[in-house]
Structures are given as C-alpha cells and as structure tokens.
Design a protein around this ligand. Structure first.
Ligand code: SF4
Length: 322
C-alpha cells in the first residue's frame, strides 16, 4: 500500500528531526518584501479529515518501522533503523516532537485546529512537544479563550516572525503588523501559556537604518520577554521585491561588520530572560558562539561577537593590502 502525506516546505532549524504535519498550504499574508518562501503559491486551508489521514499515514510508517526493527533484531535501535530508512522523526521510544506548517497554522478555525492537535496527541502519545509558526496579527485576533484552548489541546510553542521592532522598517518590509501589535501578540501568547519564540532579522534595516532597527527591536523584545529569541540574518533573495529595491539602489545591504555591530548592540540592549539562538542558521555564518541564556551569558556572547568582529576586520585589512 502506498503511504502518502504532505509536508511543509520549510520549518525552524530546531524542528529538523520533528514530524512535519501540513495543516495549511502557503502563507495567508504572503506580502513581506524580503520573503519568497511561498511566492506564487495560493494559500489553502486543508480539510481536517485530510490532515488526519496524513497523521495516520505517519503512524503506519512508525508502526512498520518498529515491526521491521524488531523482526531484524534492532528493536532497541528504532531511531537508527528509521534514519537508515529516511525517516528522521522517530526516536527510540517513539515520536517526540511535531511541527505544524505551513506559515501560520493559527489561522485555522479554532475548533478545527484543536481537533487536529488533539488527534495528533492521541495518535502519538509519546509526543513531548508540538510547535507551529504563527503570525502576530493572527495571535492578536484570536480570543484569549481560544488561545488557551489550543494550548490545552497540546500546541506548546509558537514561532513568530518579529523581524524588527521598528515601525518604519516593518512598513517598508510590508510585514503587516506594527511594533505595538507585535508586543500585544507576544504578551498574549505567553499569557495563554505558550512558549514563545521570536525571530529577528539582523540586516533588515539595511546599512542606513540599522540603529533604529536595533533600538526598536530591543524595545519590543524587552516588552515581550519571550522564551526564545532567534536570529536569522537577512539574505536578499533574487525574485523578491526587496531584491529589486536593492538593484535600484534603494536598499543598501548591511556589511558583515555592520551586521556584527548591530547584533552586538542588540544583545547589549536586551533586558530579557530568554534563550538566544544564533548558531543554527546559515545566514548567521559571521558569528560563532552566539547562543546563550540571557542575561547570564551576555558577557560571553558579547566577547564572541567581538572576536568575530576582530576576525572580519583583520581579514578586510589583509585584503585591502593585496
Ligand atoms: S508572514 Fe512569514 S511566510 Fe508570510 S510572507 Fe511574511 S515572512 Fe513570508
């Protein structure tokens, strides 16, 4: 029997080994000028029965791999057997983490989202964490009782794209939310009991507006105090409206030294109790040792940024002498 299920095209790096469930297709906003993740794709809500079918398909895969592992004498090495068979989301004692895509599962009607999450938890009782992307605007629009119901059903963590806390840049990037709305949504998610992960994009202010980018972002993050702050630096992608602005000279891409300086300033200005996650994203290649718990690891993170700054400055000096 052919087993079929859909998977979301992107997920956070922390969900690399999670079971990926496609609850919706595409992005209901799809207008941020730097993003091409779902360009040209129509947004669609998937019928609940179809999502449940996918979940059952994944359950059949888990059962089949377990049976095969036992039959071949590797019953205590389920993870390895699954990996060898191209399934990265099964641990030795079952499926532990799941991620709901695509870009904003919270846009689903609350009873339907609750039904999906409950079904997922019942089908995979070993699940310890279920997470999803969510737009701030959508979180803000949901009633508190709805958010609490979704949380109780078992969706534990929301990944929200803040990108910047500066209103002018939010507008320029067509993010579709203001800094105050970002604060309101973040606080509301935490109050409803979610673990909150806020994504920030170094470089989004370009070379001209980096200071206001940092100031606004630190202000918003300090007001929210999320559990996680994740940096994923801007990469201007061909085909996006931002790429056109860059080509026309309207948007000046931030230099590596500038990125390091703005990240340094951001870390300095953060007054939060959050886990800072930097090292798992490829566009943050210029920093090494940026991960840590704030505030206790702040000194160490700043030292690591300084070391990266020194490295890039000395490299630039050598190159200028060639
Ligand atoms: S909301 Fe997210 S996925 Fe949608 S366009 Fe903006 S950055 Fe891309």
């Amino acid at each position: 029997m052919l087993i079929r299920y859909e998977v979301p095209p992107i997920r956070p790096p922390t969900e690399t080994y999670s079971m990926l469930i496609r609850a919706t297709r595409g992005c209901p906003w799809n207008r941020c000028v730097f993003c091409n993740a779902y360009k040209g794709r129509k947004f669609e809500l998937r019928p609940v029965e179809e999502i449940k079918e996918d979940i059952l398909s994944m359950k059949r895969i888990e059962d089949e791999i377990r049976e095969y592992a036992q039959k071949t004498g590797y019953g205590d090495m389920l993870r390895e057997v699954a990996m060898v068979n191209g399934i990265p989301w099964i641990e030795d004692d079952g499926v532990k983490t799941a991620f709901l895509g695509d870009s904003n599962s919270l846009i689903m009607r609350t009873p339907e989202l609750v039904e999906v999450v409950e079904f997922l938890r019942q089908t995979f009782p070993a699940l310890e964490r279920v997470t999803s992307y969510a737009r701030a605007k959508t979180v803000r629009h949901k009633k508190m009782e709805e958010l609490e119901e979704i949380r109780r059903a078992g969706l534990a963590r929301l990944h929200v794209g803040l990108e910047t806390g500066d209103d002018e840049i939010l507008k320029y990037m067509n993010k579709g939310a203001t800094a105050e709305e970002m604060i309101e949504a973040g606080r509301k998610a935490i109050e409803a009991g979610f673990e909150l992960s806020e994504y920030v994009m170094p470089g989004l202010g370009g070379a001209d507006r980096w200071e206001q980018h940092v100031e606004g972002t630190a202000r918003v993050l300090n007001a929210i105090n999320p559990h996680f702050i994740r940096l994923r630096s801007l990469w201007v992608i061909k085909g996006t409206p931002l790429y056109e602005k860059k080509e026309q000279g309207e948007f000046q891409v931030q230099s590596v030294e500038g990125l390091l300086m703005e990240t340094r300033r951001l870390v300095e200005e953060l007054d939060v109790a959050s886990q800072l996650v930097v090292d798992d994203f490829s566009t943050n290649y210029y920093i090494s040792g940026g991960d840590g718990k704030l505030p206790e690891d702040k000194g160490n993170i700043l030292d690591n940024i300084d070391a990266s700054l020194e490295y890039f400055r000395s490299r630039a000096e050598v190159e200028s002498q060639r």
